[in-house]
Design a protein around this ligand. Sequence first.
Ligand SMILES: Nc1ncnc2c1ncn2[C@@H]1O[C@H](COP(=O)(O)OP(=O)(O)OP(=O)(O)O)[C@@H](O)[C@H]1O
Ligand SMILES: [Mg+2]
Length: 248
Amino acid sequence: MIEAIDLTKRYEESTLALDALNLKVAPGEIYFLLGANGAGKTTVINIFLNFVEPTAGRALINGVDVTADALEAKKYLSYVSEDLMLYGNFTARQNLDFFARLGGKQGLKRDDYYQVLREVGLEERAFEQKVKEFSKGMRQKVGLAAAIVKDAPAILLDEPTSGLDPKVGAELMETLSELRSRRKAILVATHDIFRATEVADRIGIMKEGRKVMERTRGELEHEDLQTLYLDYMRGGFRTDMRTGTAGL
Ligand SMILES: Nc1ncnc2c1ncn2[C@@H]1O[C@H](COP(=O)(O)OP(=O)(O)OP(=O)(O)O)[C@@H](O)[C@H]1O
Ligand SMILES: [Mg+2]
């Protein structure tokens, strides 16, 4: 479970980057967080990763407060970002091995890594190739594989499909669906409305640090997400912050 309770962030003297955000991602759920540039999506993720301290409110992973108990919370978390920190001089398999050990996983064999690399759709010939020779899509697959190897119950992704070709983007989403069926709680910060419509179980739209809309897949069945999104960005809706629902 990923949970934000009245999460608030003010960077120094600037305006609120996050304003009492409430959000929950249950095991087996994919949550897509949409919003304009600067809406606060990455700030949410960075607080969960303990890269950034909240000004107020709490961020919990499996009930563990990420600020109060950072080391414990990290065990339950995997992270995939747009520009991943992989080791260029290591092969795909060596990177997985490195991150597995870092995450406290021991006893994994070459074939275990190969199996995960297959699962994310990396070509076999790249398994023992140095990552510095990889395209962005290939690197992104290794990053997701590292998250899978860690086998944490919560996975955070910041702009995971940015710059990926449609096929690689689709493969990434298939992997996320597979992880959902393994009961992972998955939070994706993105601008990708198309993918949101395709795979998200729940979608939140952020604007200026607040969640202005939240709907389930079922609730969005008869609505066009892009139209709805643009309506919120243009300020055509009044938001009820208690329920996160809106009326005209
Ligand atoms: N380290 C920082 N120091 C000061 N202000 C920051 C910092 N990081 C983010 N901000 C500010 O906080 C607000 C939210 O930024 P954030 O990066 O969370 O938005 P975002 O929704 O991820 O945007 P994007 O879609 O462009 O990635 C912005 O106004 C940004 O300028
Ligand atoms: Mg961002």
